[in-house]
Ligand binder design. Sequence first.
Ligand SMILES: [Zn+2]
Length: 86
Amino acid sequence: MKLKTIEKLCCPFDKQELQLQILAQDLEQNVMEGILSCVTCQRKYPIVYGVPIMAPDEYRQLSLEQPVIERWQLEYQIDPLKLLPE
Ligand SMILES: [Zn+2]
């Protein structure tokens, strides 16, 4: 997904601003993998294969998101258990 498009996204839970951590980009600078974090509610939304996963809590399938988090957690110290706030 293009960086400019991602910058327009907001948290689906509280409509607040998201911080983007880019983990992988393709040659056209599209963000292929990354983590969007809500500064307000602390939810994290991974970008998987260029698509931000931004479903509401009850529709999220953390099993699909987990592999990406696990692949990057060592490098970026992402806690895989904290995709959703406690
Ligand atoms: Zn939020």
